[in-house]
Structures are given as C-alpha cells and as structure tokens.
Design a protein around this ligand. Sequence first.
Ligand SMILES: O=C(CO)[C@H](O)[C@H](O)COP(=O)(O)O
Length: 218
Amino acid sequence: MPAHSIVIAPSILACDFGRLHEEVRRAEAAGADWLHLDVMDGHFVDNISFGPAFVDFVAKVATVPLDVHLMVERPDHYFPRFVKSAANITVHVEAQHDVRKTLAGIREMGRTCGLSLRPATPFEAVVPYLDQIDLLLVMTVVPGFGGQPFMPEMLTKVQDARDRRERLGMKYRIEVDGGINEKTAAQTREAGADTFVAGTSVFAAPDMAEAMRKVRGV
Ligand SMILES: O=C(CO)[C@H](O)[C@H](O)COP(=O)(O)O
C-alpha cells in the first residue's frame, strides 16, 4: 500500500521554451499533477537552465503546484527567491550550506521542503535529515541534462528510502528524476517511489496524455 498518491511532475526542462505558455497548458491538459522546474547555476551542475523570473512566469500560467529543484551551490542564499512561486523547494545534500538550517528556512517561509542526492552520494548522507523533509528526491541520472538513460543501480536507494520511512513511521514522498518512462516508472514504483519526474518521455511523446498514463501505470 503506497504511503502517498501517485504524482506525475513533467520536467519543464524538456519542453519547448519558445512556446512555454502552451507547453504548460499541454502538460496540464495531459494530466500533470505538478510541474517540475530544475534550476541550474553552472556550478553545482555543468549546465545553466533558468532562474526565478522564469519560474515566476510559469507560476502565472500554471494551475498545478510547482516543484522547484535547486541544483545550485548555495541553496540557502537562493531559495527565498523561489518562495513566491514554488509549492515545494528541493535542495541538495551535497551543496555548500547548513542543510538543517536551509530546510527549516523553507518551512518557515510556508513551503514544503525536499532533499535530493546525486547518484554517487550514498543514501546514508540524507538519513540525518529525513525527519525534516516532505520529499526525498532520488536522482536516477547525474543531474544537469535531460534525455539521459535511467541508472538501475539507484533502485536500491529508493528501496532504502522506503524501508527507512516504513520502519520509522515517516511521511516523506519518494521522488525519482532522470530517464523516467513507462518501464523505469514501473521499476521505481515497485521499489517504493510515488512521485515521478518525467521530461523527454512525456514532452517528446506523440501523445502526451498517453505517455503520462504509462508513467502513472494505468
Ligand atoms: O533533473 C533533470 C536533469 O538533471 C531533469 O528533470 C530530468 O533529466 C528529466 O529529464 P528526462 O526525463 O529527459 O531524463
């Protein structure tokens, strides 16, 4: 029995930025529960995506909650700029900050908070913070670029997150991001994931609603 309802969060990184308004509408019409926005600073990851003004624009046209993933070196410095538009703000355990303080700060500003870890980071690194988070984001590719293949070795991390949550009676969502499609969504769901970020597999599909149903497993 999953602890949470299934959530599908299409990754805006994979949409046509030149038609952003229509792409947001298309994702919502196709069944998006949330929209996922990857903010990249060119330091924490080897790519630069978009910043608060872009996220604010998406918030103006979106009707579903925005799930903002800060792939930035100083999330403590930047998260307040996303509070206006985000429902959830996720930061990385590997970034340069006091993780406890940043998570508490996001909560104090009235948003849910997530913690993420790169594929190379062991699950143990997030364990001290699990009592403080609403969502654990398990990266299933090296963060920075869409369109990469799913890393099956991350399945044990998802299982660890689920087992620990059950054992300790915690409530955090388990989100997966990177190479998520019909097949890998089924594998990660089986391992314990309930929240699925999908970029290429939904935005590039001929029928986005059908692609999203497949990720959802219905
Ligand atoms: O976090 C990300 C990149 O770092 C993207 O959200 C993720 O890659 C989604 O894209 P795809 O489904 O194409 O892998």
